[in-house]
Design a protein around this ligand. Structure first.
Ligand SMILES: Nc1ncnc2c1ncn2[C@@H]1O[C@H](COP(=O)(O)O)[C@@H](OP(=O)(O)O)[C@H]1O
Ligand SMILES: [Mg+2]
Length: 382
């Protein structure tokens, strides 16, 4: 791939994800500072929680991408729709989304992006959200956005991520993961970092909420990078202290750490524990919400991420695209549990996914785990 290809897309994606992280940090602080009210957290059909931040990030990212590249050139596959938000009884909620988005877009120039000339009205914001209704597919370019991945982590004051990827002809070519509560590795404080993600369910102190990072990569570069999120009112200047990240060199299972979803409903903890013991993993799992698990592998805070959803659950592309590319370019391996590459060509879902997802810092651990999946699958209840 030529060096410059997708550079502009990466540049804009990183900046808008930084903006979105700022937005989320503000909303999360508000949520943690006040008792949750019905206006701020609504139940979606699937009983997951959606907050003002989800819609506001989606509107912001959609508006910036369309404004930068032209709405006719931008196809976005994203998690949220506007059904709930458009109902008459959601007027209060919509009002909050409108003010959150406008407040965020008013800061665009701080991030080196172009914002609107005037305040956006509710219909423009609803339109920006609903423009993200592409189904993706095998051909052409599609942006893939999870505005707030790990909504449970977000409302509980834990880890969550803003995930934006660009797929071109079924290949993930740009991946950006904003992790507002997960800080970039500090060389001398590895242990503290691990403690930070393993204390997942505790509420971080307000100053910790600012210590986030944005990780990113472009396909074929063999490099993944991390920048700290922007503090207070400071101006974002590329490259914003960017540091290269690399997966962990550990390939001995006895020293390796694996991460998995916090929620049992999202991944079978006991099956993963069985695999862990059969390959000789000794450390207890790091249970972390959201795609921050991919960020943890990419910067070497853990060696393995396993997810085994219940039979019949279809993994969505926005829950993986950005993280998979970043881990791969940082030197890791990500496949389904059958050892095959993830297929981003089938629209919204990873249709042909075999049993689950296994991401590792290297091939040695990966081969052991895939072997263990084959050896133990028949006797499992999955
Ligand atoms: N029954 C289920 N099985 C597996 N994954 C699920 C699930 N229900 C929801 N998810 C996905 O798991 C994501 C959260 O990941 P994790 O459990 O690793 O924190 C959710 O993202 P959202 O929070 O963006 O909805 C959602 O897409
Ligand atoms: Mg998600």
């Amino acid at each position: 791939m030529e060096k410059e290809k997708y550079s502009e897309e990466l540049n804009v994606a990183v900046r808008v994800v930084h903006m979105a992280c700022g937005l989320c940090q503000k909303v999360q602080k508000g949520l943690l500072g006040n008792a949750l009210d019905d206006d701020e957290v609504k139940s979606k059909d699937d009983d997951s929680l959606v907050t003002i931040a989800d819609w506001s990030v989606q509107a912001t990212v959609s508006w910036i991408l369309s404004n930068t590249f032209g709405s006719e050139n931008v196809s976005i596959v994203a998690e949220e729709d506007v059904q709930t938000l458009s109902k008459p009884e959601s007027a209060g909620l919509l009002g909050k989304v409108v003010s959150t988005v406008n407040e965020c877009l008013a800061q665009a120039s701080r991030y080196g992006l172009e914002g609107p000339d005037k305040t956006l009205g509710p219909s423009e914001i609803l339109e920006a959200i609903s423009r993200c209704n592409s189904n993706g597919g095998p051909l052409g370019r599609h942006w893939v956005l999870d505005p707030v991945d790990g909504t449970l982590g977000f409302v509980r004051g834990g880890q969550y991520a803003v995930a934006l990827a660009l797929i071109d002809n079924a290949e993930v070519v740009v991946g950006v993961l904003g992790c507002p509560n997960y800080h970039m590795k500090r060389d001398r404080h590895n242990k503290q970092q691990q403690n930070h993600i393993s204390s997942e369910v505790s509420v971080p102190s307000p100053d910790m909420l600012e210590e986030g990072c944005v990780m990113y990569s472009k396909k074929g570069t063999g490099e993944a990078w991390v920048q700290p999120t922007v503090y207070g009112d400071s101006k974002y200047e590329w490259p914003n202290f960017a540091k290269q990240v690399r997966v962990s060199p550990i390939d001995d299972p006895a020293l390796a750490t694996f991460c998995e979803p916090v929620e049992r409903a999202n991944s079978n903890h006991s099956f993963a524990a069985g695999l862990a013991s059969s390959v000789g993993l000794r450390n207890k799992p790091l249970r972390v919400y959201s795609m921050v698990k991919y960020a943890a592998i990419a910067q070497g805070d853990a060696e393995i991420f396993m997810k085994f959803a219940r039979a019949g659950y279809k993994e969505k592309i926005w829950d993986h695209a950005a993280g998979v590319l970043i881990v791969q370019e940082a030197g890791g391996v990500v496949t389904d549990a059958g050892g095959r590459s993830l297929d981003f060509s089938k629209g919204m879902y990873l249709e042909s996914l075999d049993r689950g997802i296994v991401a590792c810092s290297g091939t040695k651990l990966h081969e052991k785990l895939i072997g263990a999946v084959y050896a133990s699958w028949e006797s499992s209840s999955l």
